[in-house]
Design a protein around this ligand. Sequence first.
Ligand SMILES: [Zn+2]
Length: 363
Amino acid sequence: MCLQRLPAAARAVHTQLCYGGARIKPAGRQSGPSALAARRRAPYLEAMTATPAFLDTNRPDVPDIVVPRGVTPFHLPGRPVRGRLVRLGALAEALLGRHQNAYVVTQLAGQALALAAGLSSALKYRGSFSLQAKGDGPVAMLLADCTQEGALRGYARADADRMEALLADDPNPSAARLLGQGYLAFTVDQGGEMDRYQGIVSIEGESLSAMALHYFRTSEQLQYDVHLAAGQGTEGWRAAALILERVAGEGGIDPDLDSAAQDESWRTALTLAATLTDAELLDDTLLPDRLIWRLFGGEGAVLDRPRALAYGCRCSRAKLSSILGSFGDADLDEMAVDGDIVMTCEFCKWDFRFARQDVGRQG
Ligand SMILES: [Zn+2]
């Protein structure tokens, strides 16, 4: 991917992303602990890489779910087309079901998760991919991120009163109405001391897939096709994506294929993808290879090695304790309610409770 290089801005937004996941209660005070947390980043970021998640006994009891074929990549041999089919399976329910949001908001969060999972699988190096949408609509924050290894997490935060008013006016509002005016940011974080790459565009389009296509067109000049679906069935929430990418350059393309023939094969792939229904995307009984074959079998689609997805929140008491350790006593006193400080992981909806006397700079 050729993301716009904005190291300083990227670092700023990355800080926001990290802290977007952990909030200190009570929230809502302008000069309160959340605002302070956003300015003091180092201890938490350091702690994020200090302990591998599987060794971290301070983690909450999060679902131990791995979807072995979460992402199925494929390509059309000789033609400038590759794609990924993303199926979150039971992981969708585990990630989405813990949030008390309106149906349409959960649907949007599910689509964002499927999109992030699909785009992270295209990373050519170790790292993680984040999608963040921030607007002035009832859904003030939409966030999804996925590591190259497939650790996926995300959430949508909506204002309950504004959602109620919107749903009274329009029972099935578009993503555009949910998010309002704002921006969409895609961030690639290579971890450690490596640079972060970020592209930011204004929110344009009615659906999340249209917004993503606007991003690819304006920020990366890449041709994509994105189909996203999320819904609640008998076995809970499911979310899925089909992402097609037009391969740039010569690699793997039949040398006999002139540019007109390449354009034609891309258009054919788009036409075939347009026949896909949400029901097909979300149907777990229709296995990924069968669905890809149903759509692109006539084009000789070849499946590439599937990728696993897993519940990917990296929150833990140790990390949050480390954040609290960066505050002064006056701030900690202000955060405490009845002798306790409660920090909530926004991804897991898990409250971490710390006794005031156990946190802070000792000595
Ligand atoms: Zn968490």
